[in-house]
Write a new protein. Structure first.
Lengths: 301, 257
């Protein structure tokens, strides 16, 4: 058996396979289908200062090899998360990270503070890249100075591992990655969804209530691999790769491009067991290629 | 408990141009399935279709370990499913969602078009409880009411078609049987029909369950794409629904869209 263990700052993952925020609920939704303890980590739904209802329906449109979504951070809010959700999921034997979102720096700080005290939450993923909210979100992630400022302020109040999730909707993602590294991020994850749009020509109106939304799924993978490769060569902190991963070969592309770990997102919708199949596939690949430690192939490209 | 399983197609029937049924045998033992629950069907070898397709469970035969889907061909995914043949496999995630309560002593079931699919299993469940439902089925034409006679074993069946080709001419809500004395109404079909039925039930103070059909991705409450704007906030049709008590849907009933 090859060693699949990897590390993101202070967090040891039993394997590099995590789940992407917003595609895996709080993990519980998938407990009927897989043994959650087989995952390297679970990144739970984006959490904000208060409960949010998200955007109006319709919020989803299927596109070739992908989908657009405009959920808009519907979530229970940090207080309910700590009080009701955390006790239910804290004993799942994997790394549970909270994806943190907000409309202002003050809100981001308000969300992370109580998370410090949750013993079984070893880190956060700071979402400065949600394309589906009117205020904040991606606005913070498209400007290097603003991105750095959010990270700096959150760094002051959050003491565990902080991964910063980057948007691909920028001219130069390397510049943003370097800015957040400088500001104190322990890791970066990329990519969030690509801003997209689809039109229902029969009805002559946009498919989504918000007109634009975030594109995900296999169609974004080549863009994501390219960005992970660029960023992994430009920063010292570990990179977490995601975007269109639906099999072990896809995950391996990201690892070889330089990602220390990967996240599986949209593929969970097509097959709720896909994550464990990817874990098995990585093990199988290592045995076929006589790789003793998965870290030996990380960043080889 | 939800599961993912490879079924085998053991029966297929074409019902007019737009509809077909697939009878699917479970590889092991079928779990208990509530009327109104649905499956997420994988569509293979169809590049234009990435997501599974949510389809309601039309019938369950525990003795044969089979379930039946009634499918309307509406797009690329359902077109591809219509090409499947007996003997081929089909991967399903099931049973999903919250079904009908099977309540009341004199229930009325109102179905339109593809919405009649879950009402068949529902009528059977009522009959098993010793209750004879009144079943009112509607469509634009006779051909668009894909299953007819089979309902008669479970209840009193009435039809309404817009062109008068079967039963009374007009909408289901204009049918004399609609105004009978009922203590519970269940409806599934086009949104304007369900809203009309729901509003009527609210006015009369009769309990009413509606089965919604929103676009969805995961089917298990993870993606939050299929929400309905209920009186308790956005709820996932796939998980908290598809069957809702209309008393929780007053905003939805009032909305014109």
């Amino acid at each position: 058996m090859a060693k699949l263990e990897t590390r993101i700052h202070d967090i040891v993952l039993k394997n590099p396979v995590m789940t992407a925020s917003g595609t895996f609920g709080y993990g519980e939704e998938f407990a009927d289908f897989i043994d959650l303890s087989r995952l390297g980590g679970i990144i739970v739904k984006g959490t904000t200062g208060e409960r949010r209802q998200g955007n109006p329906y319709p919020r989803m449109a299927e596109t070739p090899m992908g989908m657009l979504n405009a959920v808009g951070l519907q979530n229970v809010g940090v207080e309910t998360f700590c009080k009701d959700v955390y006790p239910r999921i804290k004993n799942i034997d994997t790394n549970i990270l909270v994806n943190v979102s907000g409309s202002s720096i003050e809100e981001y700080c308000r969300v992370v503070e109580p998370l410090n005290d949750l013993e079984k939450i070893p880190g956060i993923e700071l979402n400065i890249s949600c394309p589906n909210v009117k205020k904040g979100g991606m606005g913070f992630g498209t400007d290097p100075a603003m991105a750095a400022q959010v990270v700096k302020e959150v760094r002051k109040v959050y003491h565990k591992t902080m991964i910063v999730k980057l948007t691909p909707n920028v001219t130069n993602i390397v510049e943003i990655a370097k800015a957040v590294e400088q500001a104190g991020a322990d890791s970066v994850s990329l990519i969030n969804t690509l801003l997209g749009m689809a039109i229902d020509v029969e009805r002559q109106r946009p498919c989504l209530s918000t007109i634009t939304g975030g594109l995900s799924g296999p169609c974004v993978k080549p863009v994501a691999v390219r960005m992970v490769w660029q960023v992994a060569h430009a920063v010292q902190i570990p990179v977490v790769g995601l975007g269109g991963i639906s099999c072990a070969a896809d995950a391996l592309e990201f690892l070889m491009a330089g990602a220390k770990a990967v996240q599986v997102g949209t593929a969970n919708f097509m097959d709720p067991t896909v994550t464990v199949m990817i874990v098995d596939g990585l093990q199988d690949y290592c045995q076929r290629h006589k790789v003793e430690d998965i870290n030996d192939i990380i960043g080889i490209i | 408990m939800k599961q993912i399983a490879d079924f085998t197609i053991v029966g297929r029937e074409q019902l007019g141009e737009q509809y077909f049924t697939l009878t699917l045998r479970h590889p092991g033992q079928l779990p208990r399935i509530e009327a109104g629950q649905f499956v997420e069907v994988e569509v293979r070898d169809c590049p234009a279709v990435m997501l599974r397709r949510p389809i309601s469970i039309h019938d369950v035969d525990e003795s044969q370990n089979t379930l039946k889907l009634l499918v309307q061909i509406v797009g690329k995914g359902t077109r591809k499913l219509s090409e499947l043949k007996v003997g081929e496999g089909l991967n399903l995630i099931f049973p999903l969602g919250h079904g009908f309560g099977v309540e009341g002593a004199s229930p009325l079931l109102v179905g339109g078009g593809a919405g009649i699919a879950p009402l068949f299993h529902l009528a059977k469940c009522y009959r098993r409880k010793g209750v004879e439902p009144t079943i009112l089925l509607g469509g634009r034409t006779k051909e668009l009411i894909p299953v007819r006679d089979a309902f008669e074993q479970y209840g009193r069946v009435f039809y309404a078609t817009e062109d008068g080709s079967l039963g009374a001419k007009g909408l289901v809500t204009q049918h004399p049987a609609f105004e009978g004395e009922y203590d519970h109404i269940c409806t599934c079909g086009p949104t304007p029909m369900m809203k009309a039925v729901g509003r009527y039930a609210m006015e009369k103070g009769v309990e009413c369950e509606v089965s919604l059909e929103n676009m969805m991705a995961c089917g298990i409450g993870a993606c939050l794409c299929c929400v309905c704007d209920t009186d308790e906030g956005h709820k996932c049709v796939c998980k908290e629904g598809p069957v809702f008590d209309v008393r929780k849907l007053t905003k939805w009933l009032a909305a014109t869209k």
